[in-house]
Ligand binder design. Structure first.
Ligand code: HEC
Ligand code: HEC
Ligand code: HEC
Ligand code: HEC
Ligand code: HEC
Ligand code: HEC
Ligand code: HEC
Length: 424
């Protein structure tokens, strides 16, 4: 029994090769070349062709990473492959250690998950209880990978009832992070977040909705006008190795969220270039802290001057997109809750108007409650006058103090609860 079981895959492979050979006359050689069309098919670097991967008892491959790591893992493993003549590193060819990346604390579970990947499986997954996995072969078709087109040959993009070939990086990610029936509880459908019909989104699937994003650093722009402008970004701009010189791709990172740069998501942190390094890579820190767009950015991000009570971008913004609001607004409901009127909402007044209103409760500050305490004798203060908030250096709303000069419409409800009209 055991013998047949082990030999079966071997014969399958043999049969496939022979069959392919006969089907695509005139020669088996041609069929082989067709099957192995990518960079792995280059005899100059992989002289023994198929046998570099299909050999010994692993003739038929399970799709596990060990085959790949003989060349894409440690230096010593690679040297062994060179000595055995499977690999020839000549010219520009340099292979990086992907294994080191996969061993970092935030990673794609290629090493950790075994025996789940199935040959010819269909992704996005359709079974709710299917185990989650991500092997090298789920992201790279080893028979077709091309230099700088690492997902060439993969299928996964859903077009109506058909599943067609992946051409963009995000389509690769959507094989497992969008319509998959087996998404983990805390995860969300990424296509829903990046859809270009959303009120706002980071420009991955297409250019963004906001035509004037004042904090953007060169070469990033809202809309492409000259050849050097970059108006769309990729998942890989944010997700990937924390080592700028490391191999490209979302294999692993020391930063939470498998992010290329640090991003604090907790409340009550002090602001620094490191804390929100990810965002400051493309958005000018000084522009944000000078309140060039949202007039209360500094107040919220930095908290009380010199204090530790600022809040993260994550409290107000979703790094992917917002299905509800403009400007990537999505409130972190672990910190933000309904106001006394039972509202938790954001209202923008157009894409580049830079005016809007918040109705919510946060840090014991009631935003936008409609009640007799608000001024009744006229319109609320014009937004460009700084609204109804106290001056920035007068203290922080994030840590209410009863002695604060609250100004016009800002009234203490009691010692701990304060209120602002929430308009800017
Ligand atoms: C870079 C490594 C690599 C090379 C080189 C390679 N293959 Fe594969 N091959 C794989 C992997 C990995 C799988 C399994 C894919 C999966 O599970 O999704 C596979 C699957 C196959 C299959 C599917 C059937 C089965 O039962 O495994 C056939 C047939 C096959 N390879 C033939 C070939 C032939 C013929 C060549 C040489 C022309 C070749 N391969 C070269 C890595 C390779
Ligand atoms: C025998 C050695 C060997 C094995 C085994 C091997 N590769 Fe490769 N791989 C190479 C070489 C050589 C290149 C070309 C690198 C270059 O030209 O810079 C390459 C290129 C790649 C690339 C493209 C990299 C780029 O520069 O964009 C990917 C992706 C890749 N391999 C994935 C895999 C996967 C997945 C497996 C396992 C199924 C695998 N490889 C097995 C030798 C190997
Ligand atoms: C073959 C399936 C698959 C594909 C394709 C895939 N992923 Fe994943 N990804 C996973 C699995 C499995 C996990 C582990 C957590 C889970 O089950 O969602 C994960 C986790 C992640 C995480 C969270 C890591 C953490 O520590 O919080 C990020 C970020 C991520 N993937 C981004 C991407 C990006 C970007 C792409 C496209 C370049 C991509 N993934 C493609 C399967 C996949
Ligand atoms: C790789 C570059 C890049 C990074 C990193 C980046 N952004 Fe952006 N961001 C952009 C671009 C490009 C736009 C312009 C999109 C548009 O025109 O709507 C943008 C727009 C925005 C907008 C305005 C959207 C709108 O519709 O008004 C917000 C808010 C934003 N980013 C927040 C963030 C936050 C928070 C982070 C960190 C988690 C971040 N960005 C990281 C490139 C980046
Ligand atoms: C502007 C930066 C940025 C871009 C672009 C980006 N992400 Fe993220 N992503 C983040 C941040 C920050 C987090 C952690 C906070 C969170 O969970 O929202 C995250 C979290 C994740 C997670 C883990 C949380 C979950 O819901 O499972 C996955 C998976 C993920 N991103 C996939 C993607 C995919 C796929 C793309 C491209 C289609 C992408 N990201 C593009 C910044 C980005
Ligand atoms: C979740 C998807 C995913 C998994 C799993 C994955 N990769 Fe990748 N890999 C990518 C993406 C995406 C890129 C290309 C990034 C780019 O070009 O910006 C990449 C790039 C690479 C490169 C080229 C690196 C460079 O700097 O040129 C190699 C080699 C590679 N992967 C090999 C592997 C091997 C071997 C495994 C398994 C041990 C693996 N990958 C697992 C998505 C993945
Ligand atoms: C208290 C909520 C809040 C926090 C915290 C916050 N923002 Fe914003 N942000 C907003 C609002 C509201 C807008 C929309 C302003 C408008 O109407 O144009 C905005 C707009 C933006 C824009 C688009 C306009 C521009 O300046 O280019 C960017 C980019 C941005 N925020 C980045 C960030 C980053 C990065 C952080 C963290 C370091 C952050 N925000 C923290 C509420 C917040």
């Amino acid at each position: 029994m055991k013998v047949t079981f082990r030999l079966l895959p071997f014969f399958q492979l043999l049969a496939a090769i022979v069959l392919a050979g006969f089907l695509c006359m005139p020669s088996v050689v041609e069929a082989k070349q067709k099957l192995l069309s990518g960079i792995h098919g280059q005899k100059s670097v992989m002289p023994k062709s198929c046998r570099a991967c299909h050999r010994g008892m692993t003739m038929a491959l399970s799709g596990e990473e060990s085959t790949c790591l003989t060349c894409h893992g440690s230096d010593s493993a690679r040297q062994e492959m060179e000595q055995k003549g499977y690999l020839r590193l000549i010219g520009q060819v340099e292979l990086r250690d992907i294994e080191v990346e996969l061993r970092k604390p935030y990673n794609h579970p290629a090493l950790a998950v075994r025996g789940v990947h199935r040959k010819f499986e269909t992704l996005p997954e359709e079974l709710v209880n299917a185990a989650r996995h991500s092997e090298c072969v789920d992201c790279h078709d080893s028979h077709a990978v091309e230099k700088n087109v690492p997902f060439r040959g993969l299928k996964g993009k859903r077009v109506g009832n058909f599943i067609t070939e992946v051409t963009e990086e995000y389509e690769l990610c959507y094989r497992c992070h969008a319509e998959s029936a087996n998404l983990p509880g805390r995860s969300t459908n990424k296509h829903e977040e990046f859809k270009t019909t959303n009120p706002s989104f980071h420009p991955v699937e297409g250019e963004g909705k906001n035509t004037f994003v004042i904090s953007l650093k060169e070469p990033y722009v809202a809309q492409k006008q000259s050849p050097n402008d970059i108006s769309t970004i990729s998942c890989g701009d944010c997700h990937g190795s924390d080592d700028p010189d490391g191999p490209k791709g979302p294999h692993g990172s020391n930063n939470p969220g498998l992010l290329v740069l640090n991003y604090e998501m907790e409340d009550g942190r002090s602001e620094s270039s490191q804390a929100y390094a990810l965002c400051y890579e493309c958005h000018e820190r000084s522009s944000l802290l000078a309140n060039e767009s949202f007039p209360y950015h500094a107040l919220h991000i930095q908290g009380r001057i010199g204090g530790q009570d600022g809040t993260s971008c994550f409290t107000c913004h979703d790094a992917h997109g917002s299905t509800q609001y403009q400007h990537l607004i999505r409130f972190n409901q672990e910190i933000v809750s309904e106001n006394l009127d039972g509202r938790l909402e954001y209202e923008a007044q157009g894409y580049s108007a830079r005016h809007g209103a918040c109705f919510l409760s946060c840090h014991s500050v009631e935003h936008g409650v409609v009640e007799e305490l608000l001024p009744t004798d006229g319109d609320p203060a014009p937004a460009d006058s700084g609204g109804l908030l106290p001056p920035l250096d007068g203290g922080s709303l994030l840590s209410p103090s009863p002695s604060l000069d609250l100004g016009g419409g800002l009234q203490p409800i009691d010692d701990t609860v304060q209120r602002v009209d929430g308009v800017y």
